[in-house]
Design a protein around this ligand. Structure first.
Ligand SMILES: Nc1ncnc2c1ncn2[C@@H]1O[C@H](COP(=O)(O)OP(=O)(O)OP(=O)(O)O)[C@@H](O)[C@H]1O
Ligand SMILES: [Mg+2]
Length: 207
């Protein structure tokens, strides 16, 4: 079987906004549980690609499919981590992490088990009762990452998730996200303008 036949996600699109062609015959595939990094300078179309991947923006030509079904937020489980962590200020860490599972109607016993697993995995154990205003930017992103990895997403889309963090925290979070992905394999598209971030490997890692 060819690599394309094995692909979970197939992208084959052209995207234009009036006279501006952002993508001309952009074609690639993503395998199940692959961690794909998309690197591009400011304004090249990264957020446009993220919007297309969610199915909310329809490509001018071509299509994006997940498991051979045109991408559709109603049919696919899509999870996001954006530059600004989208936490609900009136909910504590625990209740922010569980938002995704609540929406997906995950049974309560599974929610409890995953909550325990994920808070441990992202290093937020002991902070479950803290509110967003009581935690740092890096911790907020950990909440968003825990939320994304706690649902059985077909695709986790990360659009410059660490851009607002300082260099040291950013480097730490890059290692963290790869470690989390190693333990809870999902298909991830990680979008960044940073060459350093796109080729980042924790020292001693095999991937
Ligand atoms: N809805 C839209 N209508 C018209 N033009 C758009 C629209 N969305 C994006 N563009 C244009 O498409 C190009 C790519 O924008 P996009 O936001 O995808 O870039 P980006 O790579 O995410 O940039 P940055 O790194 O600065 O976030 C830009 O020239 C932008 O003006
Ligand atoms: Mg952008």
């Amino acid at each position: 079987m060819s690599a394309v036949a094995n692909a979970k996600i197939k992208v084959d699109i052209t995207q234009r906004f009036d006279a501006l062609t952002v993508f001309q015959n952009l074609k690639y595939t993503v395998a199940e549980n692959e961690f794909l990094c998309i690197l591009g300078r400011s304004g090249c179309g990264k957020t446009t690609l993220a919007n297309l991947m969610t199915g909310l923006l329809k490509p001018t030509e071509g299509a994006i499919s997940i498991d051979d079904v045109p991408v559709d937020p109603k049919r696919h489980e899509l999870a996001f981590v954006f530059q600004e962590p989208s936490l609900w200020p009136w909910r504590n860490v625990r209740d922010n992490i569980r938002i995704g599972m609540e929406i997906k109607k995950v049974p309560p016993d599974v929610v409890e088990q995953r909550m325990a697993e994920m808070t441990e995995l992202v290093g937020l154990k002991g902070f479950e009762n803290y509110y967003p205003y009581q935690i740092s930017g890096g911790m907020k992103q950990r909440v968003a990452i825990a939320r994304a990895f706690s649902v059985d997403a077909d695709l986790i889309l990360m659009d410059e998730p660490f851009a607002a963090l300082d260099a040291q925290t950013r480097q730490k979070m890059q290692a963290e996200v790869l470690r989390i992905w190693e333990q809870r394999k999902h298909t991830v598209m990680f979008i960044t303008h940073s060459l350093e971030e796109s080729i980042y490997r924790p020292s001693g890692s095999s991937y």
